[in-house]
Design a protein around this ligand. Structure first.
Ligand code: ADE
Length: 232
């Protein structure tokens, strides 16, 4: 899989994309992530990428030309399955979207800034608009890093133990059960006995019960969805 991220602030993406699982995924060749500085596609001397909003009002708007130039140059080398724009008024990101995106071959993620991009880019170029939640960030970079991270760890082969993505919270509309490690007791806080029993069937059942209880209490919305899916 290849992810091209277009941004006016490339440095914001360097750290999140160059550590841990996301870095390993790139080193192992499962994914390639390329960050493109939108200013490299400006034709002005001062590398401007924004302009005043028609009709007035505060805030600059990201102009069409540099974005088009960047996207068209990428499209010369390959076809893209999805052109994503990160924006607080997009569709709220979730695990189902992450799963679907992890199956794509090539995607572009455009990070918004200032007052956003010229609407014509959204209308004519963008195929999907994603928000990571109902709050406004200074730009789309951190949101793009969130999406890239959630997607990359799902690409087959990225995680050492393939089942560990399958047991993540949300994969089956349930939150993940609690986990423990050594020591078995500290400060009088004990690990649930069943986990050290060696009875794998009983442990699996306990984990399922815990996941269901956690979901029922913490996320009634997910719990309802889980029950609907399991009633049919
Ligand atoms: N850009 C600014 N805020 C954002 C958000 N919540 N999600 C995606 N992109 C954004």
């Amino acid at each position: 899989m290849r992810i091209d991220i277009i941004t006016a602030l490339p440095s914001l993406l360097h750290s999140p994309l160059n550590d841990s699982i996301v870095k390993r995924a790139q080193t192992k060749g499962h994914v390639s992530v390329e960050v493109h500085d939108l200013r490299d596609y400006s034709t002005s001397k001062s590398r401007t990428i924004d302009d005043y909003a028609y009709g007035g009002g505060a805030g600059m708007v990201m102009a069409v030309e540099p974005i088009l130039r960047c996207i068209e140059s990428l499209q010369q080398d390959r076809q893209y399955d999805e052109l994503i724009y990160m924006t607080p008024d997009g569709e709220t990101f979730n695990q189902t979207m992450a799963n679907a995106l992890s199956l794509k071959e090539n995607i572009i993620i455009l990070c918004g800034h200032y007052k956003g991009v010229d609407e014509r880019i959204r209308q004519h170029i963008i195929t999907k608009e994603i928000s990571i939640g109902d709050y406004v960030l200074s730009g789309g970079e951190l949101a793009a890093a969130v999406v890239a991270d959630a997607v990359i760890r799902l690409v087959p082969g990225v995680l050492n133990d393939e089942t560990s993505a399958l047991t993540d919270s949300f994969q089956d509309d349930l939150l993940a059960p609690p986990v423990y490690t050594r020591p078995p007791e500290i400060n009088g806080w004990e690990v649930p006995e069943i986990l050290t029993s060696g009875n794998l069937k009983a442990i699996e059942l306990w984990r399922m019960e815990q996941a269901m209880e956690r979901t029922r209490i913490r996320r009634p919305d997910l719990w309802e969805k889980f029950n609907q899916n399991h009633d049919e």
